[in-house]
Each structure stands twice: as C-alpha cells, then as structure tokens.
Design a binder for this molecule. Structure first.
Ligand SMILES: [Zn+2]
Length: 64
C-alpha cells in the first residue's frame, strides 16, 4: 500500500480537503467522512491512460 495525499472539494460543504489515496491498488471506490462537515462522501479513484490517479468526490446520494 502506498498512500498519496490528493486535494479535492467536499461535495457537501465545498471545503478543500485532503484525501489519502492508495496509489498502489488501482481503481477503487469507498466511503469516507468529510473532515470538515463529517458527512459521508463517495471517493471514486480511477487511473487514466497515463497511469495517473484521478480522484472524484461525490455526494452519497448521487451514486446509484
Ligand atoms: Zn464537507
């Protein structure tokens, strides 16, 4: 496991937060609580064609 900090905006409160991503395990999706408003965000991690990790934060209710 290799944890890398990513910066992203919370989908609820809009605050800029740091999220640690495991940049070793490939694409993943998990729930993490916002450190500011404590609401559960869906963290979607994907890997682009260059092998760079991309983080998306989503409202829990926006993901089916
Ligand atoms: Zn928040």
């Amino acid at each position: 496991m290799q944890l890398t900090p990513f910066k992203a905006h919370c989908p609820y409160c809009g605050e800029r937060i740091n999220v640690l991503i495991d940049t070793y395990s490939g694409p993943q999706q998990y729930i993490e609580d916002c450190e500011v408003c404590c609401r559960p965000m869906v963290c979607q991690v994907s890997v682009d064609v260059d092998g760079d990790y991309v983080l998306w934060l989503d409202d829990e209710n926006a993901v089916i």
